[in-house]
Ligand binder design. Sequence first.
Ligand SMILES: [Zn+2]
Length: 284
Amino acid sequence: MLTVAARTQLTLGSTTITYLPDGEVHLDPTAFFPASAPDGWAAYTPYLDDDGRLPISVGSFLIRTPEHRVLVDLGLGPVDFEIPGMGTFTGGRLLESLAEEHLRPTDIDTVVFTHLHHDHVGWTTDGSSTGLTFEHARHLVDRAEWDYWNGTAELTGPDPESVQKPLSSVIQFFAAAQYVVPGVRAIATAGHTPGHTSLLVTDPGTEQRLLILGDVMHTQAQISETHWNFRFDVDAEAGTKARIAVLENYHDERTTIAGGHFAGTVFGRFLPARLQHRWAAGSI
Ligand SMILES: [Zn+2]
């Protein structure tokens, strides 16, 4: 049975990128990808679990450069709930995953959010207080993303009390194509949300590079089915354009793709094909 991704590490020169699991979500696939109904998943059953649901990995990417320790996104946090007709949501392992890498929360100097959906901000605070979990870290997000969620309290968005309020006095903003830290560059991929950002990781010691997708794609099936928008894409048309642009710009041999929500393994490559891109699991 296909499961969510395990802790995995990739090396680029003197930089390492590690997927740190926090939890998992199991979704009704046609409910979340309306364009796939009624039987679009027939071709992609290897990506579904035994119950016919889509397993979604949820966690963070830890980027260690010679100078910095960066976390990209903060998972679901310590939650365990089910929304009938939609799926199950379980989180809470991120700090254990970090400890397995011999790091404490105070060792993290930078937190970057690809966007502010609830499954990417869960560990902003630990739930027992309003103090930031990663208290020594700069916290960064795209300004349009921050402004979009400001004052909202939607199911899919950040919780105002445990996310926006404690971040409001410390949040910092970056612009597209700006380096968050040396070797980690923000790539604008708005659509899923208004300030959605992917991150391109490079290292002076190698030509290889890594693109952290964020939620440009939730499943490997969207590599071929680029028109399968996610139910909660804020701008579906822009989301599709961002997906196609990412496929066109990063299907080369030197780019490993990190799909943080992908089942099985989060690292792989886009394989260009005449009509459709495909997915090759593993890193180069
Ligand atoms: Zn997500």
